[in-house]
Design a protein around this ligand. Structure first.
Ligand code: PEP
Ligand code: MN
Length: 332
């Protein structure tokens, strides 16, 4: 249940409502909004009696939250959540955020080259994996801590915010300390201990949809992070597995308007991991923008044919330039 306070409710009245929720053995979570604060009641197994709250001073109304994800639901928070990183507002009105960079940090030369090129094109968020979740244990696993150190240097040198993945609980802390946005990858979308740890983080989290996750599962995964206290969650549609094998995954474009209806969280699209082939990345990127995505994550590599991972889907810089121009043209 959501207890909506009146716009003029005092802090003391909000505190009293939260006290009453606690006295029932439940967990009150304040949800500040533009007009008024609401208190979300968490931990109840059945319906909560609205009458217990409706007559308390400062309470405007009690609303039943019908979705299993409560903090993530638009019922709880009607306005869009805006997550701002390095001046880029994910979910901000009229904003379109772009995260770009190679699949992985491969060497100092590679990562500096591409970071410099992207920064000079106005990109403010740089992605590159340090710890890579690979299907084969024999494939390149990422440079690990050495890569994080290079990413810290990239941030200092080019003013780029860093987005990189934490693949397990053990390395979450070192990733969190080094980067600006912690990514939770598709394969870990339901790694509940990792989600709980991300909930304790002060850094924004980019949560990618699992390979076969429903929208409800994606939103419940985000709920784990929000229930831990971290409100800065950005969702990412990166394609799901279907019978179709003409692309690596099937970019579920419909997920974007559906998520935006159900949740207040920003959602971006990753057409690179969906397409698996560079030539299909730009049209899917434009389509994602067309259906209302709040931004994109695009893999870019200075020499894709030499990439140690995901070269086939990585755009060269000249291809990325064409896409940027097309995105700008779409805005007009
Ligand atoms: C990535 O972004 O580098 C990645 C591994 O993506 P996903 O988890 O979507 O496969
Ligand atoms: Mn990749």
């Amino acid at each position: 249940m959501l207890i909506v306070m009146r716009p003029d409710a005092s802090d003391e009245q909000i505190r009293q409502v939260m006290e009453r929720v606690r006295a029932m053995g439940l967990n009150p979570e304040p949800v500040p909004g533009a007009q008024r604060t609401a208190v979300c009641v968490l931990g109840n197994r059945g319906p909560v009696d609205a009458e217990l709250f409706e007559n308390l001073p400062g309470v405007s109304q009690c609303i039943r939250v019908t979705r299993p994800y409560k903090l993530v639901s638009r019922e709880t928070h009607p306005e869009n959540t805006v997550v701002t990183v390095n001046g880029v507002a994910f979910g901000g009105p009229g904003m379109f955020a772009i995260i770009a960079g190679p699949c992985a940090v491969e060497s100092r030369d590679q990562v500096f080259r591409v970071a410099e090129a992207l920064a000079s094109r106005g990109i403010r968020l740089f992605r590159a994996g340090a710890f890579k979740p690979r299907t084969s244990p024999y494939a390149f696993q990422g440079l690990g801590e050495a890569a994080l150190a290079l990413l810290v240097e990239v941030r200092a040198q080019f003013g780029l915010a860093i987005v990189t993945e934490a693949i397990d609980h053990e390395n979450f802390e070192i990733v969190e300390q080094a980067v600006d946005v912690v990514q939770i990858g598709a394969r870990n979308m339901q790694n509940f201990s990792l989600l709980r740890r991300a909930g304790k983080s002060g850094k924004p989290v980019l949560l990618k949809r699992g390979l076969s996750a429903t929208i409800e599962e994606l939103l419940m995964a985000a709920e784990y992070i929000m229930a831990g206290g971290n409100r800065q969650v950005i969702l990412c549609e990166r394609g799901v597995r279907t019978f179709a094998d003409h692309t690596r995954n099937t970019l579920d474009l419909s997920a974007i308007p559906v998520v935006k209806k159900l949740s207040h969280l920003p959602i971006i699209a990753d057409p690179s991991h969906a397409a698996g082939k560079a030539e299909f990345v730009p049209p899917l990127a434009l389509a994602a923008r067309g259906v209302g995505a709040d931004g994109l994550m695009i893999e870019v590599h200075p020499e894709p044919e030499k990439a140690l991972s995901d070269g086939a889907q990585s755009l060269r810089l000249d291809q990325f330039d064409v896409l940027l121009a097309q995105l700008v043209a779409m805005q007009r």
